[in-house]
Design a protein around this ligand. Structure first.
Ligand code: BDP
Length: 599
C-alpha cells in the first residue's frame, strides 16, 4: 500500500488536530454533540485523565469537519488512516463508508462522488477497542455487571503491554486520479560479488495505460537510468548498508495520449538477505544483530504516533552501538519504517500475533480462578485475523530495505498440540506473499523448549525469548547460566543449520536502586544478569544476535508482577539511561556488525 505523498498528480492534506470525542452509544447520522475533544493522533487513554474513561472498553466516537478541495472529473478523494486501534468504522455525513479490523495497519476509502459538491464533509470515526479470541492481539473479553445493574465491558490483556487505543496514526485526505497507480513492487537482485544489481519494478494501475515510464534516481537526484520492460541493470550499485543507508528512488509515471495520468515516487534500497549455514547474511556478509525489542509507548501519547520519540530512540540505539530492533509486538508506524530505512537500522517486522497462549494470562495473574484451562488452538479463532495482518503488513512494508525478516507470532503456545497445523500455512503464506521472500521466524516462548516445541523446524531462524536469571532461577545467576547454556546447546544440535537469535532477555530494574548483594531489581543485578547472558551467547557459534527486552520501560496493565509498568528497559520510560547502558555501549561498540561469529 502506497504511503500518501504529494506528487504532480496527488495532493495530500492532513486531518490531524483536535476532533470532537465521546465514549458510549451514538448514532453517526446525528452530529456528535459533546463538550469533549481529543487529539488525533494519540491514544486517548492517558489524555482523558478520568480513571473510568481511561480504561473504557467499547465505542469511542471521533468527529471532525473538512472542506472538500477542488477536484476535476478525473480525480477522486481518499480518506486514509495510518491506524485505528483496534477497529474503525468510518462515516461521512452520517453515511457508512467502510470499516477496518486490526489496530496497526493503514486503510483508506474513496469518498462517494455525490459528496464532492458539498461545502464541508463531516467525518465520523467509531473506534472500538475490544479484543477477544478472534482478534490480534488476543484479549480476554468479559462483561461485568456493576452494582447499579449496568454492564461494563473489560479486556484483560493476554499480553504484557497496556491496551492503548484511539486514532493512533496520521489521518490524511488526498486527491488522486481515478485511474491511478495502485501499487509499486520493487525487487532487487544482487550478483554474488555485489558488483551488479537488477532492479525490477512492477506497477499496478486501476486500468492499463498506453505507457508506464519508470526512472531510477540516485540520492543526489541524478538519473541512474530508465527501466526497460520493468527492469534496469545497475553496475557497481551503492548498497543499502547497515548504519550506512543509501536510498535510490523510482519515479513511476502513467501516460495516456501524451498526458501524464498519475505519478508516484517510491524509495528503495539495494541489499541482499539470506540465511545459510547457521548464519544470517546481509549483503553476503554474516550479520550480528545488536539491538532491542521495543514498544510504541511514550508518556502522554501512549501508543500514538510520536515522531520525536521515534527519532530519539533510533539516535539512542545508534549511540549505544546497536544496529537493529524488532517491532514487538505489532507493526510500527509507516513513519518509523521510513526512518529506519533512512538511518540504516535493521528491522525485524512483526505482526500483532501476541497472546496466542491460553495459559499466558494465568501466568501473568490476569484471570480469575474460575477460568478453566483449555487448549490454545481449540480456543483461539484467530486464523482469519492472522491471514489478514500478514497480507496487510507485507503489502505495506515489502519495499523497505530495513526489513530483513518477518515474525509470524510472538510467544504462541507452540508446544501445544494444534500449533503446527495452525502455523504451517501461515508461515508459507508469509514466504510466498513477500516479493523479496525474506526469512520468516517465530519468536519462541520459554515453555516451548526444544523437546516440547512443535514448529521451529518450519522457520528460518530460531528466535528465542529467554529469561534465565529472571523468570527462571530468579536471582541465581550461576544456576541460570547453566540452564541457558544447556538449552542453547540443545537448540544448536537440533538445528545446526539454523541461526539462533535471542529476541528477548532482560531483568526489571528500578533506576537508583542498589544493594550490597545486587539483588533483583537493582541496577547491579541488571548488569550482572547481562554479563552472564553475554558470556554464554559468545560461546554459541550460530547465535547471530542479541536483542534486549526492552529498549525502554513501558506501560502495562495492573498486575502483581508490574510496578507501574514493565521496567526491563535499558532506558527509563522518559529515555534516561540506566547504569547498564554504559556496559552495553562497551560491549556493542566492540562487536562489529559483520563477521562476529564467522566460522
Ligand atoms: C515476554 C513477552 C513480552 C513481555 C516480557 C516480560 O514477549 O511482551 O513484556 O516477556 O515479561 O513474555 O517482560
Amino acid at each position: 500500500m502506497l504511503y500518501p505523498i504529494s506528487t504532480k498528480s496527488r495532493a495530500v492534506h492532513s486531518l490531524n488536530g483536535v476532533w470532537r470525542f465521546m465514549q458510549g452509544a451514538h448514532s453517526p447520522q446525528e452530529v456528535l454533540s459533546t463538550n469533549e475533544v481529543m487529539v488525533v493522533p494519540t491514544s486517548f487513554n492517558d489524555v482523558v485523565v478520568d480513571k473510568d474513561k481511561r480504561s473504557y472498553i467499547g465505542d469511542n466516537w471521533y468527529e471532525t469537519e473538512f472542506s472538500v478541495p477542488r477536484l476535476d472529473s478525473k480525480e477522486e478523494l481518499v480518506i486514509r488512516f495510518g491506524s485505528v486501534t483496534h477497529h474503525g468504522a468510518i462515516y461521512v455525513n452520517g453515511q457508512f463508508l467502510g470499516e477496518h479490523k486490526g489496530g496497526f495497519t493503514p486503510f483508506e476509502f474513496v469518498v462517494p462522488e455525490e459528496l464532492y459538491q458539498e461545502e464541508t464533509i463531516r467525518l465520523t470515526v467509531c473506534v472500538n477497542n475490544e479484543l477477544n479470541y478472534t482478534t490480534l492481539p488476543v484479549g480476554n473479553y468479559v462483561e461485568e455487571v456493576q452494582e447499579d445493574g449496568s454492564v461494563r465491558k473489560k479486556v484483560l490483556e493476554n499480553f504484557d503491554f497496556y491496551n492503548y487505543a484511539g486514532i493512533h496514526r496520521n489521518v490524511h485526505l488526498y486527491t488522486r486520479p481515478k485511474n491511478h497507480i495502485k501499487d509499486i513492487i520493487v525487487t532487487t537482485q544482487l550478483s554474488e560479488d555485489l558488483s551488479e544489481a537488477v532492479v525490477k519494478v512492477d506497477v499496478q494501475s486501476v486500468t492499463p495505460v498506453e505507457e508506464v515510464r519508470m526512472t531510477i534516481f540516485a540520492e543526489d537526484k541524478k538519473v541512474v537510468g530508465r527501466l526497460e520492460n520493468g527492469q534496469l541493470h545497475i553496475q557497481s550499485p551503492r548498497l543499502w548498508e547497515v548504519l550506512d543507508a543509501y536510498l535510490y528512488s523510482v519515479r513511476v509515471e502513467l501516460w495516456e495520449k501524451g498526458e501524464l495520468v498519475d505519478t508516484y515516487t517510491e524509495s528503495f534500497g539495494i541489499r541482499s538477505v539470506k540465511v545459510e549455514n547457521g548464519q544470517f547474511f546481509i549483503n553476503q556478509k554474516p550479520f550480528y544483530f545488536k539491538g532491542f525489542g521495543k514498544h510504541e509507548d511514550t508518556y502522554i501519547n501512549g501508543r500514538g504516533l510520536n515522531e520525536a520519540a521515534n527519532l530519539i530512540d533510533l539516535n539512542l540505539l545508534k549511540e549505544i552501538g546497536a544496529n537493529s530492533f524488532r517491532t514487538s509486538h505489532y507493526p510500527y508506524s509507516e513513519e518509523m519504517m521510513r526512518l529506519a530505512d533512512r538511518m540504516g537500522i535493521v528491522v525485524i517486522d512483526e505482526v500483532p500475533a501476541v497472546g496466542l497462549f491460553q495459559q499466558f494470562s494465568a501466568a501473568l495473574d490476569l484471570l480469575g480462578d474460575g477460568e478453566k484451562q483449555r487448549n490454545t488452538w481449540e480456543l483461539m479463532q484467530t486464523k482469519e485475523a492472522h491471514e489478514q495482518v500478514i497480507d496487510e503488513l507485507i503489502a505495506r512494508d515489502k519495499n523497505h530495505p530495513s526489513v530483513v525478516m518477518w515474525v509470524v507470532a510472538n510467544e504462541p503456545a507452540s508446544h501445544e498440540d494444534g500449533a503446527r497445523a495452525y502455523f504451517k500455512p501461515l508461515i508459507e503464506r508469509m514466504r510466498e506473499t513477500d516479493p523479496q521472500h525474506r526469512p520468516v521466524t517465530l519468536v519462541n516462548i520459554m515453555m516451548a523448549t526444544p523437546d516440547k516445541d512443535q514448529v521451529m523446524d518450519l522457520v528460518d531462524v530460531i528466535s528465542l525469548n529467554r529469561y534465565y536469571g529472571w523468570y527462571v532461577h530468579h536471582g541465581d545467576l550461576s544456576k541460570a547460566e547453566k540452564g541457558l547454556r544447556e538449552e542453547l546447546l540443545r537448540w544448536q544440535s537440533l538445528y545446526p543449520d539454523k541461526p539462533i537469535l535471542i529476541t528477548e532477555y532482560g531483568a526489571d530494574t528500578l533506576p537508583g536502586l542498589h544493594s550490597m548483594w545486587d539483588i533483583p531489581y537493582t541496577e547491579g543485578y541488571q548488569i550482572d544478569y547481562y554479563t552472564m547472558n553475554h558470556g554464554v551467547f559468545d560461546e554459541i557459534s550460530n547465535l547471530v544476535g542479541e536483542q534486549v527486552w526492552n529498549f525502554a520501560d513501558f506501560e502495562t496493565n495492573v498486575m502483581l508482577i508490574r510496578v507501574k509498568g514493565n521496567h526491563k528497559g535499558l532506558f527509563s520510560r522518559n529515555r534516561e539511561p540506566k547504569q547498564v547502558v554504559r556496559e552495553f555501549k562497551k560491549r556493542w561498540l566492540a562487536i562489529p556488525d559483520y563477521h562476529y561469529k564467522s566460522k
